[in-house]
Design a protein around this ligand. Structure first.
Ligand code: NIG
Ligand code: FE
Length: 417
């Protein structure tokens, strides 16, 4: 190190910080964050920084110092459940539902997921990349620094791999971290009508080995539901994924109670998602093996559901609750985590602190990334947002405004107002 070399690449000072360590605000008033090599090197009150660093080091403290003038720094959002890659629009189905048709009826008539599968199969990889890029840019500008993206609109080898290739390109071309999930078992493709077990065989024998050998997915997901795959089929799929070392997660108990969550818990699933119809035993099973509950109030809202996930059971049993957009063209065309936090509070009864934990540290938990992401602690990735707000609760409280000042990903300013 030469005499002129700074300790840190960038230093943020005079911000109020909610670290979200252990899922609580853990507020640091008038705080500072020192970043080098993409990681948080120092975090604490500005007064202590002065004592620790300003006077003791012969080197400049940082290459760049940003005065946040009393704004808030919170961890970047970790959106742990999205179907962000798709082509086409399903606003026609929204109109059908407004006139009384149900999601299940539309799916049975060949709409729903099958409609998007057609559009995705017809789209080239470049087209999908270009459409998804716009969504990713929007996510970053709204404070999301890590996003999970599922396949599941290809439903054959070629098109599932195409979707995962797009997810990988997004990861390479944008600063935010993309965690890709293989969701070949999202719905039965039309060419397998009446032959669900054969399609499960195709996933197990052909798709999963390719996904694994190409290293293009961090987990496997299944839609376990009367209109999708049964618990027996889910068990076969989970066994195959677990055998090759791919972690599992589940769309469980969204429209009915099929016992999927308890099954997922047996396989140490990273998360169970939706969970409106979860039974008390299912919640206990999740608590037992430490499965994160991912709540998706955007889908609940758009489908005008009335049955809520058992939030009080989760709190009593200590099941971590994450919140995610579930961004998809059918049930949740919701692109904004702050809106999801508002829905989590108003529709599911979360506190603003629980909503923020759900959108940050518990989202990271649902992806198995909580050692690196989701809270602001020394050694963790420097992924955070400078917000122009009076209090962290403002994010859940205000609707339709994005008071972002700066989005920082891996220590670099990825978006600046
Ligand atoms: O998470 N539940 C299954 N998948 C999506 C819906 C996808 C779609 O309708 O295109 C969901 O709600
Ligand atoms: Fe989903």
């Amino acid at each position: 190190m030469t005499n002129t070399q700074a300790s840190w690449d960038i230093l943020f000072v005079h911000a109020d910080i909610a670290t979200m360590a252990q899922g609580n605000y853990n507020i640091i008033k008038d705080g500072a964050i020192g970043v080098a090599k993409g990681k948080i090197q120092w975090i604490g009150p500005f007064d202590r920084l002065k004592i620790d660093r300003f006077h003791s080091s012969p080197h400049p403290i940082a290459d760049e110092i940003i005065d946040c003038s009393g704004k808030w720094i919170l961890p970047g959002f970790v959106d742990c459940h999205t179907h962000l890659i798709w082509a086409g629009s399903r606003s026609n189905e929204f109109e059908m539902r407004l006139s009384g048709a149900s999601y299940k009826e539309i799916a049975k008539q060949g709409g729903g997921i099958a409609a998007t599968v057609g559009a995705v199969r017809r789209a080239s990889e470049d087209e999908l990349f270009s459409i998804a890029s716009r969504r990713i840019s929007h996510f970053i500008s709204r404070g999301t620094t890590c996003v999970e993206i599922k396949s599941g609109y290809g439903l054959n080898l070629e098109n599932e791999l195409k979707m995962l290739a797009v997810a990988e390109r997004l990861n390479q071309n944008f600063p935010l971290h993309v965690s890709p999930t293989f969701l070949g078992a999202h719905a039965l493709p039309p060419e397998y009508k009446g032959r669900a077990d054969d399609y499960v065989d195709l996933i197990i024998n052909t798709m999963l080995p390719k996904v694994k050998s190409q290293g293009i997915a961090c987990a496997m997901d299944v839609f376990c539901e009367s209109i999708a795959f049964s618990t027996n089929q889910t068990r076969r799929l989970f066994t195959a994924a677990t055998d090759i070392g791919l972690p599992v997660k589940l769309h469980a108990e969204q429209l009915s109670d099929s016992g999927g969550a308890a099954l997922a818990a047996q396989f140490n699933a990273l998360s169970c998602d939706h969970l409106e119809y979860l039974s008390p035993d299912g919640a206990k099973a999740m608590a037992h093996t430490g499965v994160t509950a991912v709540l998706l109030p955007g889908a609940f809202y758009m489908l005008k559901e009335t049955r809520k996930p058992p939030v009080e059971d989760f709190i009593r049993l200590g099941v971590p609750m994450a919140l995610a957009t579930d961004l998809n063209p059918g049930t949740s065309p919701v692109h904004d985590m702050a809106t999801v936090m508002n829905m989590g509070c108003v529709l599911f009864g979360l506190t603003c602190e629980q909503a923020l934990a759900g959108a940050t540290i518990n989202g990271a938990k649902a992806l198995g990334l909580d050692r690196r992401k989701g809270s602001l602690e020394t050694g963790k990735d420097a992924d955070f947002v400078v917000w122009d707000i009076e209090a962290p609760a403002d994010l859940s409280y205000q609707v339709g405004i994005t008071p972002v000042n700066k989005v920082v990903i891996a220590g670099k300013i990825a978006y600046n107002v």
